[in-house]
Design a protein. Structure first.
Length: 218
């Protein structure tokens, strides 16, 4: 995971309680501010980063730490996510003196199937995913089912973390969109220890799939 660059796209997937959000938190906190978390379900893990809370995507509170967490009033309000990503994009690409504080930004979309669903993902969110790297906009997304998220979260990802994924159709979909052999992916997943995961480095040549033990913090 040392090969992750700030502007890379990263996608994490796996069953609920498999460990993906814990890894997402650690990766997100390793990115320098400003950072923004999209937290549709108001999760305890996202809350634990201590970021300033946003409930209105048009009004951002001050944050000396340069970290924000957006919890929408309605977790399925795609207009709210559109507004939030549009705000981030404007700050990243603006030319005013104040915008220089936003020479970069790292975004973590938790429960990405809610904010970047496979059908109807907000335009500003799609723009950030496939164009943001050019303006130092990093993006990390996680979701339980890879087939439920905007496809570019997978196809544009430089790195993919795969936790326990028992559904054969999900495994096949992952393999096809990550560009790895389906049989190899499935056999490696079956051999993982509890809360272990596979790390797929898609920018390495040849692409590397590394089995990793459970994340140990502290």
């Amino acid at each position: 995971m040392r090969s992750i660059r700030y502007e890379h796209r990263v996608f994490l997937t796996g069953q609920t309680l498999s460990g993906k959000s814990t890894l997402a938190k650690e990766l997100h906190l390793s990115a320098k501010p400003p950072t923004v978390v999209l937290d549709p379900t108001a999760s305890e893990i996202c809350a634990s980063i201590g970021a300033a809370l946003i409930t209105d995507p048009y009004t951002w509170p001050d944050s000396e730490a340069g970290r924000w967490r957006f919890v929408p009033k309605d977790p399925f309000d795609l207009d709210a996510y559109e507004a939030l990503y549009a705000q981030i994009w404007r700050r990243l690409t603006a030319s005013t003196d104040d915008a220089r504080k936003w020479a970069n930004c790292h975004v973590w979309a938790d429960e990405a199937g809610d904010c970047l669903p496979v059908n109807g993902a907000p335009k500003a969110a799609r723009q950030f995913v496939y164009r943001g790297a050019k303006v130092m906009g990093g993006h990390l997304a996680c979701h339980t089912r890879p087939r439920e998220v905007y496809r570019h979260l997978l196809t544009d990802a430089a790195h993919i973390g795969v936790f326990d994924t028992p559904d054969p159709a999900d495994r096949q979909y992952l393999a096809e969109n990550a560009g790895v052999p389906a049989a190899l992916l499935s056999s490696l997943l079956d051999a993982l220890p509890e809360k272990g995961f596979l790390w797929i480095n898609r920018i390495a040549r040849p692409r590397r799939i590394t089995p990793c033990p459970a994340l140990v913090l502290g």
